[in-house]
Write a protein that binds this ligand. Sequence first.
Ligand code: A3P
Length: 307
Amino acid sequence: MALDKMENLSLEENMLRSEMGEVQGIPVTKPTCDIWDQVWNFKARPDDLLVATYAKAGTTWTQEIVDMIQQNGDIEKCRRASTYKRHPFLEWYIPDSSPLGYSGLKLAEAMPSPRTMKTHLPVQLVPPSFWEQNCKIIYVARNAKDNLVSYYHFHRMNKVLPDPGTIEEFTEKFMNGEVLWGSWYDHVKGWWKAKDKHRILYLFYEDMKENPKREIQKIMKFLEKDLDEEVLNKIIYNTSFEIMKDNPMTNYTKDFVGVMDHSVSPFMRKGSVGDWKNYFTVALNKKFDQDYKKKMADTSLVFRMEL
Ligand code: A3P
């Protein structure tokens, strides 16, 4: 694995955008496609924890909260490595032949238990061993409009992803599920259904913003961790947007140098609810809402687009 090399790349070396492929109709990168059998046959262990999200729903934030809980609020321990090394990103694969080489599978296999991993896979693509082993899963969902805007900016700053074009063009792709990891609508609905059958804690980004203490307590309970008020307050503080934005272990400024261009748009961009209002025109909003109504008609799932 060439993780150290990944940190020392110039922008020019990394203008290559990832080729896209598909697994069961879901757009994934070509390298993920190539190793799909290995992902599917991944051997989960009973004490594995999976943090699952649609991309840009608050994954990194949740990972930091989880790690801080697991490390009993010890900041130094949480700064032992950057997020993507602490928690293997299961399906993410870039061959060793690339200076960006990364294998979430290898990282996970080498990791002692208990492991925490990250995935953006829709529920039907989660390796079956996670269900067989009855693993705990934390799923975080974010309202479609903010999720879309965040994903749009991420496409602008992350040179591995396709150029998003204008916000109107990207919205079209988002609505059609023609983006990496597929349809947001199917993703959030699929996981919502699955939570009734499996050990899934389903959280909302908006709830986390509104009352981080309450949501962190939910996660603590789910992880069967009883931490005192002082530790809880420390976790709330250190997982706030402002602190995480300045933390090199969570803000991605030390990783993927030359791939993520923070001068275009920082990874820790705004961290708010309702930012979509700064990007959606009245016409775009109308179109989006009409389509949203149809796509979300068959679910009890309700999102808050503002607080
Ligand atoms: P914005 O682009 O809207 O700012 P992911 O980790 O799934 O890629 O999600 C990234 C999004 O979560 C970004 O949203 C980022 O700013 C936001 N985020 C990261 N840490 C956060 C925190 N501590 N509080 C609130 N939002 C956070």
